[in-house]
Design a binder for this molecule. Structure first.
Ligand code: IMP
Ligand code: MG
Length: 182
């Protein structure tokens, strides 16, 4: 069944305000330190590029790509690393930048796995959070916005690889299951 954009859930101005406020918290918390932003591809690329430009602490960036969804339409719980970091994060203050926390499986795995590499500290910054769908507990230090249990696209988030370029966060019509690619 085809899905189309039904309505805007979060407009671009509201998103920009969210980025400024989460950035201000990070600036305050990390004053005097350097941060390594780890962007979880592909969904977080838009958030990363906005977030890094509101930070006034010294920033380095790196990218990783994981897959938490199987071939079906729901989370399997299996997280695979498709692309690992270039950088050694030992001794670094790492902030994992994610698009959205849904079941929590991806972030819980990533946080545990990256912690074994001995960073000085590790925190998570997610643009959006859907707490209603959480399956496992994971500490998310910075949440941009909490949203209701709806499948959203835009601002980096996709359905079937599409809609990442929409500047607003939108809800799709024809709810025939959730799925997406990173
Ligand atoms: P989790 O492991 O279930 O928390 O999965 C998080 C990942 O699922 C996110 O990084 C997204 O790639 C994807 N995802 C979860 N909810 C949505 C949504 O509403 N729209 C688009 N992608 C989503
Ligand atoms: Mg993602």
């Amino acid at each position: 069944m085809a899905r189309n954009v039904k309505h805007v859930l979060i407009g671009r101005e509201e998103i920009a305000g969210m980025v400024r406020s989460v950035g201000a918290r990070i600036n305050a918390d990390y004053a005097g330190r350097e941060v390594m932003l780890v962007c979880v591809l592909k969904g977080a690329c838009v958030f990363l590029s906005d977030l890094m430009r509101v930070l006034d602490v010294p920033v380095a960036i790196d990218f990783m790509s994981v897959s938490s969804y199987g071939s079906g339409t729901s989370t399997t719980g299996t997280v695979r690393i498709l692309r690992d970091l270039d950088a050694d994060i030992a001794g670094k203050h790492v902030i994992v930048v994610e698009d959205i926390v849904d079941t929590g499986l991806t972030l819980r795995y990533l946080k545990e796995m990256l912690s074994t590499r001995r960073p000085a500290s590790i925190a998570v910054c997610a643009a959006f959070d859907k707490p209603a769908r959480r399956k496992v507990h994971v500490e998310v230090e910075y949440v941009g916005m909490t949203i209701p249990d709806e499948f959203i696209v835009g601002y980096g988030l996709d359905f079937g690889g599409k809609y990442r370029n929409l500047p607003d966060v939108c809800v799709l019509s024809d709810d025939d299951g959730q799925g997406g690619t990173k």
